[in-house]
Design a protein around this ligand. Sequence first.
Ligand SMILES: [Zn+2]
Length: 182
Amino acid sequence: MIDEIRSILSQIGEDPARDGLLNTPKRVDRSLRFLTSGYRMNPDELLNGALFDVAYDEMVIVRDIEVFSLCEHHLLPFFGKCHVGYIPNGRVIGLSKIPRLVDMYARRLQVQERLTTQIAETINEKNHPRGVAVVIEAQHHCMIMRGVENQNSIAVTSAMFGAFKDNQNTRNEFLNLVRIPK
Ligand SMILES: [Zn+2]
């Protein structure tokens, strides 16, 4: 991508040959590959060996997972917090795998809605819990930097399956524990 990035620098009116920009194409290439490294990972590989038979059937919550992603419409960052909850059905997911699953989908070009759904669907399909809930609260640079709408607005998206969808008490318990106003 290095040649293409150099060409973009020219097209925005810069001189790619000046000192400060000399290594920029190489850096952008590297950072863009990192920020999209989720394409080269898959959930089976990630969760391999991390599903454990455990007799625990209460809600498990991993709260305040940092999310950094790129919006697919502008290639600008959006970032915030992700909260994941699920109710195991005889099997739990290694706790450290949940933030890694969030990262895997966040490190792709995304819209916040799809990112939220993909995390919930993957946990649902791979672990077959009694229910799963994912909430993401994020700020989008394409709104903040381009002066669109309210600069402080936060987009909140959620995806719920099973008990979280069917049972209002379960859903409320989750939302209280992650401090999302109902
Ligand atoms: Zn955008």
